[in-house]
Design a protein around this ligand. Structure first.
Ligand SMILES: CC(C)(COP(=O)(O)OP(=O)(O)OC[C@H]1O[C@@H](n2cnc3c(N)ncnc32)[C@H](O)[C@@H]1OP(=O)(O)O)[C@@H](O)C(=O)NCCC(=O)NCCS
Length: 170
C-alpha cells in the first residue's frame, strides 16, 4: 500500500488501522494522512492539510487550510492553527494555544542542525511570527504580529518586534 492515503471531503471516525481517532472530526478537501498518526476527537482539518508520519494532534483542534505540519510534530488539545501556518518537524504546540496565519515554527539552522521549536500552553502566536530554531515560547505568552522569536521566552507577557522583546508582563 502506498504510504498514507489521500482523502477528500466528508466526515470520518476512522480511516484505517494506522489512524487512531476518537471521531467527530471534520475534514476539508484534499487531506493527506500519512502513517502512524494520531488525531483526537472533534478535530477540524481545512483544505489541503497534510498530517505527516508520526504526528499527534490532540482533541478539539482546528487546523486551517494550507497549514503545513512536519513529521513528528505534536499539537496539544484545544489548539487553533490558522491558514498557511507552518509547524516544522518535531515542533510542539501546547494545549489551548493559538498559532496565527502565516506563522512559522522553524527547526533547522543554516548549519543543518535540527532544533525544533516549542510553544507552551495558553500562548498566542500572532500573524506572521517566526520562531527561530532553538528558540521557544513558554506558557501564557503573546507574540505580536510579525515578531521574530530568537530566544527562549519564559516570562508570561506580550512580546513584540524583531527580535521579539517583552513589551509588558501579563
Ligand atoms: C501586540 C498586540 C497583542 C497588542 O499589544 P498591546 O500592548 O495592546 O499594544 P498596543 O496596541 O497598545 O500598542 C502598543 C505599542 O506597540 C506597538 N505595536 C503593537 N503591535 C505591534 C507589533 N505587532 N509589532 C511591533 N509593534 C507593535 C504599537 O505601535 C504601539 O507603539 P507606540 O507605543 O510607539 O505607539 C497586537 O498589536 C498584536 O500584534 N496582536 C496580534 C493579532 C494577530 O496576529 N491576530 C491573529 C488572528 S487574525
Amino acid at each position: 500500500m502506498e504510504s498514507g492515503i489521500n482523502y477528500s471531503g466528508g466526515e470520518f471516525s476512522k480511516i484505517d488501522d494506522t489512524l487512531l481517532t476518537g471521531g467527530g472530526c471534520k475534514f476539508g478537501d484534499w487531506i493527506k494522512i500519512e502513517e502512524n498518526v494520531q488525531i483526537g476527537v472533534n478535530v477540524s482539518l481545512g483544505d489541503y492539510v497534510k498530517i505527516p508520519e508520526g504526528s499527534r494532534i490532540g482533541s478539539n483542534c482546528i487546523i486551517g487550510s494550507y497549514v503545513r505540519l512536519g513529521k513528528g510534530c505534536k499539537i496539544g488539545n484545544n489548539v487553533k492553527i490558522k491558514c498557511h501556518a507552518v509547524i516544522s518537524p518535531d515542533c510542539v504546540v501546547g494545549d489551548d494555544s493559538f498559532i496565527g496565519p502565516n506563522a512559522i515554527l522553524l527547526h533547522m539552522t543554516p548549519q543543518g542542525e535540527h532544533l525544533p521549536t516549542t510553544v507552551g500552553s495558553k500562548s498566542f502566536i500572532g500573524t506572521g511570527v517566526y520562531i527561530n530554531p532553538g528558540a521557544s515560547v513558554g506558557d501564557n505568552i503573546v507574540i505580536g504580529t510579525g515578531g521574530v522569536v530568537t530566544h527562549k521566552l519564559t516570562q508570561p507577557g506580550i512580546y513584540i518586534g524583531v527580535p521579539a522583546r517583552l513589551r509588558r508582563p501579563l
